[in-house]
Design a protein around this ligand. Structure first.
Ligand SMILES: C[S@@+](CC[C@H](N)C(=O)[O-])C[C@H]1O[C@@H](n2cnc3c(N)ncnc32)[C@H](O)[C@@H]1O
Length: 490
């Protein structure tokens, strides 16, 4: 198994090239799917040759392997001197090989959109526009373009096996991507992994394997959860999806349901929920300061700055600063005693004369180049802070067990590590009951259906998605809640 470097620089180098190797038990299973009834297996991101090695272990006569990669070093590996292998240095997005392939297998480089060069982004946009016919949201990473390119290069009746991060099913681009795949290809099987069986231990990403054919879409597909790493997965695939070992959980699911729920999530056999969080509250993200080191202070720093108190608002910045389900004024004072910054310099930008100490402090910020920073640049004047009413409930995500709703009894303002939840009624009793309903384990269990999942079990939820969090009927009734009309957040 690949040993991941502990040093940050080395890990960054791996991240820039997307070099995380597939473990042999997964590579073997994926190759078993694509290597039947074919003379050639193509891996567009062949790296250290995990799939080639798996192919050799299958011992199929008269089969050839073709691999490409951008990294000279990996292509020099002695494994590729084998007579059935041919490898080329080639960028699969900028310079794909000509022609189509009967079998494609890959663990594409998982490189997020903000690390892609402008040239790569332009090429990727062209490629997805051509293949899908409608633009794909620009937040897709390189692995998504690999999938689109590979599907476009798959021969009719050809087979493809890709191992991808779960964001392939959960990102902003996911609906467009999967509408296209589901209407043009046959998705045979999606394989997910329990935390105990993760193919990439130590990487904060959930992996998912897609087995897809270039043939007419079918009404159903198989969805697998691997509970332990074992040979059961290979046996399941080589037996034509018949042999289900004890380490696998297998579900047949309809394409219709899979489309709505998303393939990274378990099949949803429940009726659509009657109530969602948005029926009871509105959601907004916390304040983004653009420069925490400048706008945030502790009481000692406030005193030293000589800036009058009325220019500050009390805030909570880090999610790990809140370990309880309720945030009280005592808690905030304790944080200050630990010298955590809880004072936000919150100037609203109105044309009043600023206190001389504020003016002097802002001059320091200008000397630091803050007005040129990406987020701050959009503000006028540059030091104008985002304004929020203090939210009665905060939402935070730390890990699956800790994703929770916090009662904001300190009337504090949260920064971006939190979401602000504004109940539609300001009545204290209503807020208290809603808080109870949101923290009910049956409500928390639904977070996975609206959030993005990470390898550590953490779930991240966008404000617009948190609004659609289902609250089960029995929880709504148990807390005696009634849906209400929206109120403004500010
Ligand atoms: C996640 S590794 C997979 C390697 C191997 N197939 C495996 O599964 O262990 C991805 C590989 O893609 C290569 N790569 C990165 N960008 C590429 C590109 N644009 N075209 C082709 N290969 C690329 C990296 O050098 C790396 O070796």
């Amino acid at each position: 198994m690949q040993q991941l470097p502990t040093r940050w620089e080395e890990r960054e180098r791996l991240r820039n090239k997307g070099q995380f190797w597939t473990p042999d038990w997964v590579a073997h299973a994926m190759v078993s799917y694509v290597a039947t009834d074919t003379e050639l297996v193509f891996d567009p991101a062949t790296g250290g040759g995990a799939f080639f090695e798996a192919l050799l272990s299958l011992g199929i006569p008269d089969i050839q392997f073709f691999g490409t990669d951008i990294d000279d070093e990996v292509l020099k590996d002695s494994i590729y001197s084998h007579p059935i292998a041919r490898v080329e240095k080639r960028d699969f997005i900028l310079d794909p090989p000509a022609g189509k392939f009967p079998s494609i297998v890959a663990n594409p480089p998982y490189i997020r959109h903000h690390r892609l060069s402008p040239q790569m982004k332009a090429r990727a946009k062209h490629l997805t526009d051509e293949a899908i016919g409608v633009p794909l949201d620009g937040r897709a990473g390189l692995h998504v373009y690999f999938l689109v390119q590979a599907l476009s290069l798959l021969e009719v009746n050809g087979k493809l096996a890709f191992i991808m991060p779960a964001d392939t099913c959960e990102g902003h681009f996911a609906k467009t991507l999967w509408d296209w795949i589901f209407s043009n290809y046959k998705v045979r099987c999606a394989i997910t992994f329990d935390e105990k069986a993760t193919p990439f231990p130590g990487v904060d990403t959930n992996a998912i394997v897609f087995l897809i054919e270039n043939s007419l879409p079918a009404e159903n597909l198989l969805w697998v959860k691997v509970l332990e790493s074992s040979n059961d997965l290979s046996a399941f695939i080589t037996s034509g999806f018949q042999e289900v070992g004890t380490s696998l959980e297998v579900h047949a699911r309809s394409l219709q349901e899979a489309k709505v729920t998303g393939l990274s999530r378990r099949p949803n056999v429940n009726k659509p929920p009657k109530y969602r969080l948005g029926d009871f509250a509105s959601v907004m993200r916390g304040i983004a300061t653009g420069a925490n080191e400048f706008f945030l202070m502790n009481s000692e720093q406030v005193a030293q700055s000589g800036i009058p108190d009325y220019n500050f608002k009390r805030v909570v910045g880090r999610t790990r600063d809140v370990s309880e389900d309720e945030l009280t004024s005592n808690h905030i004072e304790e944080l200050d005693l630990k010298q955590r910054p809880t004072y936000l310099l919150s100037l609203d930008g109105s044309p009043v004369e600023l206190h001389p100490n504020v003016t002097a402090y802002l001059a320091e910020g200008e000397a630091m180049g803050l007005p040129q920073r990406a987020l701050i640049q959009q503000r006028n004047p540059w030091y104008k802070m985002e304004q929020r009413k203090s939210p009665p409930i905060l939402f935070t995500y730390l890990g699956r067990r800790n994703s929770r709703f916090i009662k904001n009894s300190a009337a504090i303002l949260p920064l971006t590590g939190f979401l602000c939840v504004y109940p539609h009624l300001e009545d204290e009793d209503y807020i208290h009951r809603l808080w109870g309903a949101l923290n009910h384990p049956d409500t928390i269990a639904h977070l996975a259906s609206v959030g993005k999942s990470y390898g550590s079990g953490a779930i991240k939820v966008e404000p617009s998605k948190l609004k659609s969090l289902p609250i089960p009927d029995h929880v709504v009734n148990g807390f005696d809640l009634e849906p209400q009309q929206t109120q403004s957040c500010l």
